[in-house]
Design a protein around this ligand. Structure first.
Ligand SMILES: Nc1ncnc2c1ncn2[C@@H]1O[C@H](COP(=O)(O)OP(=O)(O)O)[C@@H](O)[C@H]1O
Ligand SMILES: [Mg+2]
Length: 329
């Protein structure tokens, strides 16, 4: 088994809100292995971004309560690191891109200038060396002609191009892990495919790990080596992405895969899973999916589900060990 770049152990995250504490991450265990593309997938509001942001401790710490550990590859717990140590990791070892590339970019500064600033801040490259690196990076993410784009302001580029620039900025310092939070959600279908291709290409070239966060199982099937399925703040299923895609075991995953639009069904309504996930500002008794689960029986509403582990490492959190989900595919 490959080494881990990040190992999340028993992570719980609570955020103070106007309606009390929201426990958006509820006892998560998750490893990101070196050199893999791992997908974290689940419906909107299930705690994916909260989990991702915890890895870099990007939450407002005055309002946030963490429990558990996030072990970085050097053996240190990110949740216990001093701000200074964390600063070194952010950007140069672990980088993050978001749905909106303008989270990373400054609207008032030319693309080239902001890339140069980053090198000036983090490295001792000369002006010429830094510029040459910027142009090469822009080429490698397909933002061309690089010389022209270098002189452009963000508003002069399309959404897809801006996302490419934000990827270039985040990859400039050769991070070992790139966290991509819904990187293609704001883009049209063609552009989504191009950005996924780009991420895969960059991952192959650099050998970095990528944690890609998405509500779209299609994205997982497209580029991920492994996947973790999240529901109501918990990880309910993990495994090789093709294994999960073709042999899902958790009823939520079965329903999630069943709701992917299939080719050839043009014009037919998209199916969604009936019902809504539980509120995350109060405790959950039994299985969080029970109220929406077509296989649930009385016990599922009262007893917390068991973690099942199959021989190939596929795990799922469900008391019904005999479900196969074959009929959903
Ligand atoms: N700053 C915040 N204050 C209070 N609640 C929050 C905050 N951020 C997120 N939440 C809540 O936490 C839950 C998980 O959010 P999030 O991690 O953003 O979900 P996802 O990324 O899976 O869509 C949601 O129920 C959301 O309403
Ligand atoms: Mg999110």
């Amino acid at each position: 088994m490959r080494e881990n770049i990040i190992s999340i152990k028993g992570l719980k995250v609570g955020v103070a809100s106007t309606s009390g504490y929201v426990y958006a991450v509820r006892n998560i265990n998750l490893d990101v292995r070196k050199g893999e593309i791992l997908g974290l997938v689940g419906e909107s509001g299930c705690g994916k971004s909260m989990t991702a942001k915890s890895i870099l401790r990007l939450h407002d710490e005055k309002r946030t309560e963490y429990q558990g550990k996030i072990i970085y590859e050097n053996g240190k717990d990110i949740l216990n690191m001093k701000e200074k140590e964390l600063e070194q990791i952010r950007g140069s070892h672990i980088a993050m891109i978001f749905q909106d590339p303008m989270t990373t970019l400054n609207p008032l500064m030319k693309i080239g200038k902001q890339m140069m600033e980053m090198f000036r801040y983090h490295t001792s490259l000369s002006q010429e060396e830094a510029k040459a690196k910027c142009l090469k990076l822009l080429e490698s993410v397909g933002v061309t002609p690089a010389e022209d784009r270098f002189e452009n302001y963000p508003f002069q580029l399309s959404g897809g191009q801006l996302q490419r620039v934000s990827i270039a900025m985040e990859l400039a310092l050769d991070p070992e892990l790139l966290i991509a939070d819904e990187p293609t959600t704001a883009l049209d279908v063609t552009m989504q495919a191009q950005i996924l291709d780009l991420l895969r290409k960059l991952q192959k070239e650099s050998g970095a790990s990528i944690l890609i966060i998405t509500h779209n199982f299609g994205v997982v099937a497209e580029i991920c080596d492994r996947v973790a399925v999240m529901y109501a703040g918990q990880i309910v299923e993990t495994g090789e992405s093709m294994d999960i895609f073709y042999h899902p075991r958790h009823p939520y995953t079965i329903d999630l895969i069943g709701s992917i639009p299939k080719a050839g069904l043009n014009g037919q309504k998209l199916t969604t899973i009936p019902g809504a996930p539980p509120q995350l500002n109060r405790p959950i008794t039994g299985c969080p999916y029970a109220a929406r689960c077509r296989y649930a029986d009385e016990m599922c509403f009262t007893k917390a589900p068991d973690l099942q582990t199959l021989e190939n490492g596929h795990t799922y959190l469900c008391s019904k060990a005999d479900l196969t989900g074959e009929e959903a595919v």
